[in-house]
Design a protein around this ligand. Structure first.
Ligand SMILES: Cc1cc2nc3c(=O)[nH]c(=O)nc-3n(C[C@H](O)[C@H](O)[C@H](O)COP(=O)(O)O)c2cc1C
Length: 353
């Protein structure tokens, strides 16, 4: 199953493993650096059928750190266009950009400088759905007013338009991991009393408006995906039933795939991150209920015997794999070539396999 084609929108993936988006905190003024060429260059030649580029900020206030990749001005667009052209020359597989707004996760230190900490210098006031701290030692964000909500919508739209012009094959909207859209979706972080808070449909309102705007830009030619949270792993948080209904709405709006994730609205939750296939059971339940939508998941999926079973049991269509590709960008090539499952080995490297 793993090495069978998979159609997403009008694109044909050669197998069912995609590189998961991974922040590199290595941009210069929001623009990709030499590191991105090295990092993504090896990933497009890794044997994965699709690469999702790291969380990329739709606005300055929507960055996590001062070193985030961004796509909100023409300089970002020009440099990302060059990067996409370079990657496509190496290997022409679908390249998706993950668009995000960090909300109250923003104004942070780069994690290897200080993990899970808000900036003390060169910081900025973050915005969120409600004036609730991310965690104990974090500052209060500002609750977005109507004008700021319209600005968020505009920012996603502008970045999506730029992503199309840069030559990306698709866009993944980051709706999980405690980012701004998740902050609107979750009752833990959203206690608004207006049209964007309170009932489930009000909490869904901004995310769905963003999807609607982006679908107009991606149309039929580009892939539109979303990383969603199946559960907050907290008593009062999002539960599977709620996320299932939300994903049905995403499908109705024309989203082509979802990657089922979970957790992140608070630092400490009940999620056991060590477990194999951490979110497979969520994905399985969602796939059972929703047909004609590509369902993926992420988290500890690189045991390929296990992954094969998971796919044969119709739990997921697509695996988003992250850390194994950082540790060894050739792990999939080595495995699959040995077993005759993957034909793609760069000619220049054939003698090594
Ligand atoms: C260095 C690093 C950066 C990450 N950055 C992002 C990101 O930009 N967007 C996102 O949705 N997930 C991000 N993640 C989560 C990964 O995409 C992936 O879901 C997670 O690592 C679980 O998959 P794995 O067990 O295969 O690594 C990041 C993970 C790592 C290790």
């Amino acid at each position: 199953m793993i090495f069978k084609n998979l159609k997403i929108g009008n694109k044909n993936l050669q197998n069912r493993i995609s590189v998961s988006p991974m922040c590199q905190y290595s941009a210069n003024d929001g623009k990709p650096s030499a590191w991105h060429y090295k990092h993504l260059g090896s990933l497009v030649c890794s044997g994965a059928s699709m690469v999702v580029v790291e969380s990329t900020a739709v606005s300055k206030v929507g960055r996590i750190t001062n070193q985030d990749l961004c796509l909100y001005n023409l300089k970002h667009l020009r440099e990302l266009k060059k990067l996409v052209k370079y990657l496509k020359n190496l290997n022409n597989i679908p390249i998706i950009i993950q668009l995000s707004h960090s909300g109250k996760k923003g104004s942070s230190y780069v994690p290897w400088i200080k993990s899970n900490s808000s900036l003390k210098k060169n910081n900025w006031t973050t915005i969120s759905s409600s004036k609730i701290k991310k965690d104990e030692f974090w500052p209060y964000p500002k609750a977005a007013n109507k004008k700021e909500i319209n600005q968020i919508l505009y920012d996603f739209k502008r970045s999506a338009f730029f992503a199309k012009r840069a030559g990306f094959d698709g866009i993944e909207i980051h709706m999980a991991h405690g980012y701004l859209i998740h902050q609107f979706l979750s009752p833990i972080s959203n206690i608004r009393k207006d049209d964007y808070g309170g009932s489930i449909s009000n909490r869904n309102a901004l995310p769905i408006s963003i999807v609607r705007k982006l679908k107009k830009i991606t149309g039929k030619k580009m892939i539109l995906g979303a990383r969603v949270t199946a559960s907050d792993h907290l008593e009062k948080g999002i539960k599977l039933k709620e996320s299932l209904n939300f994903i049905k709405l995403l499908k109705k709006e024309g989203v082509n795939y979802v990657c089922i994730s979970s957790g992140g609205i608070k630092t400490k939750t009940k999620l056991n991150t060590k477990k194999k296939g951490i979110r497979v059971s969520f994905a399985k339940n969602i796939k059972k209920e929703i047909s004609n939508l590509v369902i993926g998941t992420t988290g500890n999926l690189s045991d390929l015997k296990y992954l094969e079973r998971v796919m044969r049991n119709k739990c997921i269509d697509l695996a988003f794999i992250g850390r194994p590709f950082l540790k060894n960008p050739n792990w999939l090539l080595s495995h699959a070539h040995k077993n005759g499952e993957l034909k793609f080995i760069p000619n220049q490297y054939l003698r090594a396999f």
